[in-house]
Design a protein around this ligand. Structure first.
Ligand SMILES: C[S@@+](CC[C@H](N)C(=O)[O-])C[C@H]1O[C@@H](n2cnc3c(N)ncnc32)[C@H](O)[C@@H]1O
Length: 231
């Protein structure tokens, strides 16, 4: 069973729509935009002071273009990259509706290729964990390749699940619902999900030519801000 690639994301978009693609079918629109504002607040505080230019790229931009729009409204010129052209069409529509006309959109599998040109800021939220684990280092090296010498990169990494009673029950309920959907509706998706510890992230950075500026430890995930290692 293929758990990654263009087909699974096209299928998710067709069958689950925007919310399903961004955060699964339990996602709520209000929560998604609240989360985006909070993440953009982190960008204002922890990334913006380090930026030396305004050329940015959102990797795995998603159908709502929520970060591309937020970053563009902050004065950046943001390109959108996504593996699914169906999702990319939606992303472009949403950006235009929000009055953003400076963005370009590229249909690219970032585990294999990169957009042409260089950026001052590479942003990747909710997406890195969906790259199969064996591609993680290639992706980090691709991020490094498209980053200007003094550029900054911000990546969201899922943490391994905590082993608390609440998490165990919630995972069991989630798995049971997936079982029901698979059995009776034949509609569930096994999308590749990789989790990273602090040490994994440090090692990935080291091997791909990045230094960590900040690693914020949050419930369920890390937010990493990286710069290129000085040679
Ligand atoms: C969970 S969604 C997150 C979307 C967006 N970043 C957001 O938070 O609203 C993951 C996105 O990554 C894209 N994606 C998955 N694998 C990819 C790959 N190998 N290269 C580029 N984009 C990819 C999917 O098509 C999807 O739009």
């Amino acid at each position: 069973m293929k758990t990654f690639g263009k087909d699974i994301w096209d299928k998710k978009m067709r069958e689950q729509g925007e919310l399903g693609v961004i955060a699964g079918i339990r996602a709520k629109k209000k929560q998604i935009s609240r989360d985006a504002n909070e993440i953009l607040g982190f960008f204002d505080k922890e990334v913006r002071p380090h930026l030396k230019g305004n050329k940015a790229v959102d990797i795995g931009v998603g159908p709502a273009s929520r970060f591309l729009i937020g970053l563009s409204k902050r004065g950046l010129i943001v390109d959108g990259v996504d593996i699914s052209s169906l999702i990319l069409d939606e992303a472009e529509k949403k950006a235009k509706l929000a009055g953003i006309t400076s963005s370009r959109f590229f249909s690219i599998d970032i585990t294999k290729e990169t957009p042409r040109g260089k950026y001052d800021f590479v942003f990747c939220f909710g997406t890195f964990g969906h790259f199969p684990g064996y591609t993680a280092l290639d992706v980090m090296r691709n991020f490094n390749k498209i980053l200007n010498k003094k550029g900054v990169c911000m990546i969201h990494f899922w943490k391994p699940r905590a082993l608390g009673l609440k998490e165990i029950i919630s995972t069991a309920v989630y798995d049971f619902m997936r079982f029901v959907k698979l059995k009776f509706f034949k509609k569930t998706y096994l999308v590749s999900c990789s989790f990273y510890t602090k040490e994994d992230i440090e090692e990935l950075c080291d091997r791909s030519g990045f230094s960590l500026i900040k690693l914020e430890d949050r419930p369920g995930y890390f937010l990493a801000v990286l710069s290129k290692k000085s040679q």
